[in-house]
Design a binder for this molecule. Structure first.
Ligand SMILES: *[C@@H]1O[C@H](CO)[C@@H](O)[C@H](O)[C@H]1NC(C)=O
Ligand SMILES: *[C@@H]1O[C@H](CO)[C@@H](O)[C@H](O)[C@H]1NC(C)=O
Ligand SMILES: *[C@@H]1O[C@H](CO)[C@@H](O)[C@H](O)[C@H]1NC(C)=O
Length: 390
């Protein structure tokens, strides 16, 4: 399975990457073995850009939770580009389904996919309150007190299981729909000590404090109700990754794996690509500008685990930066001086400045992880917003 994906992906990386300048690329894919090596390195590097070691295993597909789809559409435009960087506090939102499927109002979530380095910002329990059974709807109670407890392991000290109150709220008996409870502290303790995760227990009481009739107020369980109403844990985190810049790629990586196949995908074309372009088109090169570069996840072979978007326009920067550099080229002072030195031919071998992304935007990915949980993640510096001479 993995191998198949790798091969189809490798084939398509070539297609995608080759688009901007087909002729240049061909030269680098002459020796069969060498190109295979390059392709494998490209796959690995692209996954790293998306913060993964391996592509998530593809299971038979569940429908992603509506909440996650809505959240994605709130933070991202149709191309996956972040609408407003302030909408989301962290850069990751993970959803988990209840693993217990209990008839009781008891839930357990497996948080093993949350990396230890991820900072938990907020965690919410989402429960779907079902319509009350009509014959009981004329009951005297209009509100009930719904409390979420963390189950604690005290069985070694005392043969009873202790509960810690996490969140409590009045809920209308006649309402139907999602009820959200904040349980951040419990999730923080579970991620720091997985063994302490014994789950959650919900109590429903009348305002007088007595046990509520469980036929009157019910929450959908993972066992008896439609998948779209399953109890769900939503965890907002930050993985601390601010940029996918090639910060941990040492020089040695460049010598063993030429940067060509993935450079156009990561939005910052390598210098070798650029200089070849220019030599070819000398004299008739257009001024520095932003041009389309569509990264198609289906072509790459990732459509199995990426829910949205199907692909995105990363754009690329191309063109010449000759003297004099106008303000529309957004030159740095350094670039201006370099273009002057180049024009005056004062010093041999000084090229014109380079046409590179000046502003970069983040994109959002909604995808299934290895455990079939749906994850929303933001990746910085993925789309060239504008180009300039630097
Ligand atoms: C190159 O690949 C071919 C088959 O594709 C294989 O027979 C050969 O041993 C490889 N050469 C090297 C040096 O790996
Ligand atoms: C959570 O999921 C991981 C990965 O599937 C598994 O290894 C682990 O045993 C699970 N933990 C619990 C408590 O079920
Ligand atoms: C055991 O747990 C019960 C219920 O929480 C509590 O009332 C009791 O004091 C505990 N006993 C001991 C010895 O801790």
């Amino acid at each position: 399975m993995l191998m198949l994906m790798v091969i189809s992906f490798a084939t398509s990386v070539r297609t995608v990457a080759a688009r901007p300048s087909v002729n240049n690329m061909e030269n680098h894919f002459t020796a069969g073995n060498e190109s295979e090596e390059v392709r494998l390195a490209a796959i690995k590097r692209l996954l790293e850009v998306f913060g993964m070691d391996d592509p998530p295993a593809i299971h038979e597909h569940k429908q992603p939770p509506q909440y996650m789809l809505d959240l994605y559409n709130t933070v991202a435009d149709v191309n996956g580009v972040t609408k407003d960087p302030n909408l989301l506090e962290g850069n990751t939102v993970r959803s988990f389904f209840d693993k217990l499927h209990s008839e009781q109002v008891e839930y357990r979530f497996n948080l093993s996919t949350v990396a230890r380095t991820e900072k938990i910002l907020t965690a919410e329990l989402h429960l779907f309150k079902l319509r009350p059974q009509t014959k009981l709807a004329l009951n005297q109670h209009h509100f009930c007190q719904v409390s979420v407890h963390q189950l604690l392991d005290t069985s070694r000290i005392n043969n009873t299981q202790e509960k810690k109150l996490l969140s409590s709220r009045l809920v209308s008996v006649h309402s139907t729909g999602w009820e959200v409870f904040t349980i951040t502290q419990a999730v923080r303790s579970w991620t720091s000590d997985e063994g302490s995760n014994l789950g959650l227990y919900v109590t429903i009481r009348t305002l007088g404090g007595s046990q509520m009739d469980m036929n009157l107020i019910r929450f959908a369980s993972g066992r008896n109700h439609h998948q779209s109403k399953q109890p769900m844990l939503v965890v907002f985190t930050d993985d601390g990754r601010r940029s996918t810049a090639l910060e941990n790629t040492g020089e040695s990586d460049f010598t063993t794996t030429p940067s060509l196949p993935y450079a156009p995908l990561s939005g910052s074309p390598s210098r070798s690509v650029r200089s070849v372009d220019y030599r070819e088109e000398d004299g008739m090169s257009l001024p520095c500008q932003r041009l389309p570069l569509y990264v198609d996840f289906e072509e790459i072979g990732w459509s199995g685990w990426i829910v949205s978007p199907r692909g995105y326009n990363a754009y690329h920067c191309k063109g010449s930066c000759p003297f004099p550099l106008g303000q529309n080229m957004k030159p740095t002072n350094h670039a201006t001086v370099q273009s002057i030195i180049n024009a005056l031919k004062l010093i041999k071998g000084i090229e014109t400045p380079c046409c590179v992304p000046e502003k970069l935007f983040s994109i959002n990915l909604l995808f299934f992880d290895d455990e079939e949980n749906v994850v929303l993640k933001q990746y910085n510096d993925m789309v060239a917003g504008s180009c300039g001479c630097h």
